[in-house]
Design a binder for this molecule. Structure first.
Ligand code: GRF
Length: 210
């Protein structure tokens, strides 16, 4: 199967997924990396790996490169024959036409235990600041299917880490990010292996490999 990975920043989740592919843990290949930030770390890493990169959406300040939503759907579906879309530190909302093009085939990772600490504007450091401020004693990453809103799609996998009252947001961010790099490759492997079934009420079940 073929993946497109969407990034906006350092791309550490993209790198973890790429490493899992190289180790044979994810039986797929990355056909393209898509980003709204052409200069970000994730794009630079993709280019160093010889993976095609696409700019989407068209940058606000114009510029020649960049695709609109119709062009990106066409590029993924036709040019790159992408089977699954993996959002990995991608911060823009996915338009409904792109969501609709990948039913039960588009994942995102959020650095909090959805449905808590999620939604529009809740990303990166902001999530961990809210977690510290709330006094909760556990947090962790959530992998979920993508729908038309931020962080509201069906949850597929989560991992839990402790939050200590003495933690800073940076302490929590590092503890969560470590687990992101475990749970996301596992979830992507299950997706491409077809090891996900769906409950009648729309909740996905991830089955282990062995
Ligand atoms: C991480 O907090 C991740 O959970 C969120 O974006 C942040 C950066 O991800 N989706 P990455 O390092 O660019 O993969």
């Amino acid at each position: 199967p073929s993946l497109a990975v969407f990034v906006s920043g350092s791309g550490s989740n993209f790198k973890a997924i790429h490493a899992a592919i190289l180790e044979g843990k994810i039986k797929a290949e990355i056909a393209a990396v898509v980003s709204d930030v052409p200069s970000c770390g994730g794009v630079q890493y993709a280019q160093a790996c010889g993976i095609p990169t696409l700019t989407y959406p068209i940058p606000k300040k114009g510029g020649s490169e960049g695709l609109n939503v119709e062009q990106i759907v066409e590029a993924l579906k036709v040019k790159h024959s992408v089977d699954y879309v993996i959002l990995a530190g991608y911060l823009k909302l996915i338009p409904s036409s792109l969501v609709a093009a990948y039913p039960r085939a588009m994942l995102n990772i959020h650095p909090g235990l959805l449905p808590s600490f999620g939604g529009k504007g809740m990303y990166g450091e902001r999530v961990h600041k809210a977690v510290v401020a709330s006094g909760v004693r556990f947090t962790g990453p959530s992998v979920h299917f993508v729908d038309e809103e931020f962080d509201t799609g069906a949850i597929l996998a989560q991992r839990v880490v402790p939050v200590y009252p003495t933690d800073t947001a940076k302490d929590v961010a590092a503890r969560v990010l470590k687990q992101e790099h475990v749970v996301y490759p596992e979830a992507v492997a299950a997706l491409v292996d077809g090891r996900i079934t769906w409950r009648d009420d729309g909740i996905p079940i991830m089955w282990s490999a062995h």
